[in-house]
Design a protein around this ligand. Structure first.
Ligand code: 6J7
Ligand code: CA
Length: 135
């Protein structure tokens, strides 16, 4: 689906405000705005499930998410962090192994801008803080 002009300019304004995207050019940000899909989640929804395969990268445009990780079977997933507007996640499964390494769930209503693997690779994945991100 072609992104409408108004939506495109709103996405651009938001993408420019994402600290990690500071070094991306307007041309690249415009391409990201073209390909992203806006996704909506409700409280408790799993956005990512640890152990599932994944092909998508997420930028939070509204709301908060909780990141948890199950280290050993039988145990409750351990809390890792909370992320909010302007934060991103899901890059781990897009480099090498495509298995999700943690759970990400919605805290209240959440809107994410979602980028597919190929676009991520071409437009975003080269950023130092993406390719080198270690937890
Ligand atoms: Br945010 C975040 N913090 C962590 C962390 O401490 N460990 C791991 N493994 N992942 C973390 N994450 C994000 C990261 O972007 O959670 C995502 C789960 O899917 C992960 O990428 P993913 O493995 O594709
Ligand atoms: Ca895959």
């Amino acid at each position: 689906m072609r992104t409408g002009l108004l939506k495109h300019s709103n996405y651009m304004e938001f993408l420019r405000s994402v600290p990690s995207f500071k070094t991306l050019t307007e041309v690249v940000l415009s391409k990201v705005a073209d390909v992203l899909e806006e996704m909506h989640y409700s409280d408790g929804d799993y956005i990512i499930r640890q152990g599932a395969t994944g092909d998508t990268f997420f930028i939070i445009s509204d709301g908060q998410v909780r990141v948890t990780q199950q280290n050993t079977a039988n145990e409750e997933p351990a809390f890792l962090s909370t992320l909010s507007r302007g934060d991103w996640f899901g890059e781990q499964a897009l480099k090498g192994e495509d298995v999700r390494t943690a759970n990400v769930t919605a805290i209240g209503d959440v809107t994410c801008l979602v980028v597919d693997r190929e676009s991520f690779k071409q437009l975003i994945g080269g950023l130092d803080n993406m390719s080198n991100k270690m937890y």
